[in-house]
Design a protein. Structure first.
Lengths: 312, 107
């Protein structure tokens, strides 16, 4: 049995850990509302872009490199963007994304493609740096509050890579691995093929809506007969990259919300575990103390007995 | 309703937050080909916006001014959606009557 001193120091350290976990949990739960507001704030913009795009699709022939890339020879290079977190203490958040990314990379390898890695979030960057993997570009320090500027930066980097011809290091596809926020207790890692843009349709884009809502939205939406200025092609040229950027921003925002939710859950469990451990340790400390007292008593009584017998 | 002045529903959104929505009698937007005035029952139009000021004469009698850059405006069945990368409402909003005189100073 360990000494009382050892138990006391373990109890003290567990107590301070429990406090840290508890604080982290509270911080995370206060961030959730913020993350959700950010996501809601960006929604009208992405809706507007999707409506505009749907109208464009209805009235123009979608003949744009972002929709269908023309190349003389098939280009095996593809880009993969892994959306991870900057900080730890978020339970399995980052490791889930990394596992899915590894799976995707393996699948792409098997399909004779050459994946190129882009990483968002410090944890992911460290993971791949430690394994000395080639990373094309990284973004760090924004996962708590992904701003429009970061989304713009990522979108322009990836679009540049995509628009470049294969001989100059261009890529033919872009995959995004991110975590979708479903609700407080469940977040799901998703793989999204961002480029080339797939059939641009409102219902497909509403990944979060239920099937019924999607059907309703589809019925409601009929593209108006717009006249485009300066021309449909030029508008498409401008709107498509913005669409990609807004989609990327959306993914970053839902990933940020997932990260916070995941952190809150992880910290909640950690606090509970720490408290359980504290109970157990306190019980053991009491047991040892009781044992020590009993031993002392026995010793005193025994020695008193011994003294008595010698006097008789 | 019939003898009331027709209005436009205006919705201005920036990439990360909605900026303003309300009803207006007329809206001026900095379309790529030059300033474009939109009155109720304009034909459906989708136009690019480079940079400039949006001016909306709202039904409350105020003229709202927004500096916008890089986006597009879509108008259809008296609903105008302006989606831009960046947008901010200029601090003062000006009375519709005094508007003409102030245009020079604010720009």
């Amino acid at each position: 049995m360990a000494s009382q001193l050892a138990y006391k120091s373990r109890i003290a350290s567990t107590q301070s850990l429990s406090k840290i976990f508890n604080a982290q949990e509270m911080i995370a739960s206060s961030h959730i509302a913020k993350a959700r507001n950010l996501a809601l704030g960006a929604k009208p913009y992405s809706d507007a872009i999707q409506d505009a795009l749907a109208a464009l699709v209805a009235h123009t022939k979608l003949d744009h490199p972002l929709v269908k890339k023309k190349e003389k020879t098939p280009n095996p290079h593809v880009a993969v963007l892994a959306v991870t977190s900057d900080r730890g203490m978020a339970g399995p958040y980052t490791s889930n994304v990394l596992r899915e990314t590894e799976n995707l990379l393996k699948r792409l390898d098997e399909a004779n493609k050459i994946p190129e890695l882009y990483v968002y979030g410090r944890r992911g960057v460290n993971y791949y740096k430690y394994r000395s993997r080639d990373i094309k570009a990284t973004w760090e320090g924004h996962t708590d509050e992904p701003s429009v500027r970061v989304a713009e930066e990522i979108a322009s980097t990836l679009l540049n890579a995509y628009m470049a011809p294969g001989e100059n290091g261009g890529v033919s596809e872009l995959y995004l691995v991110y975590t979708e926020f479903i609700n407080m207790v469940s977040q799901k890692v998703r793989i999204l093929r961002m480029l080339p843009v797939e059939v641009v349709n409102k219902e497909i884009d509403m990944a979060t809506a239920t099937a019924k809502e999607q059907a309703e939205a589809e019925k409601e939406f009929t593209a108006p007969l717009y006249s485009f200025e300066p021309s449909a092609e030029e508008v498409l040229d401008k709107v498509l990259p913005k669409y990609v950027q807004s989609r990327i921003h959306e993914c970053l925002l839902t990933a940020a919300a997932s990260e916070t939710a995941s952190r809150q859950n992880a910290m909640h469990t950690a606090t509970e575990n720490a408290d359980k451990l504290l109970d157990e340790l306190t019980r053991k400390l009491n047991q040892t103390r009781q044992g020590a007292i009993t031993q002392e008593l026995t010793e005193i009584i025994a020695s008193a007995d011994a003294l008595n017998t010698t006097e008789e | 309703m019939a003898d009331e002045k027709p209005t436009i529903k205006v919705n201005i959104v920036a990439a990360d937050h909605p900026v303003w929505h309300g009803t207006a009698y007329s809206v001026n937007i900095p379309a790529s080909a030059g300033q474009m005035g939109i009155l109720p029952d304009h034909e459906p139009v989708l136009t690019l916006i480079d940079h400039g000021d949006v001016r909306a004469e709202s039904t409350s009698g105020h003229t709202h001014r927004f500096t916008v850059s890089d986006g597009f405006a879509a108008f259809d069945s008296n609903t105008l959606t302006i989606a831009v990368d960046k947008s901010s409402e200029d601090e003062e909003y000006v009375d519709a009557d005094a508007d003409a005189g102030k245009t020079e100073t604010t720009n």
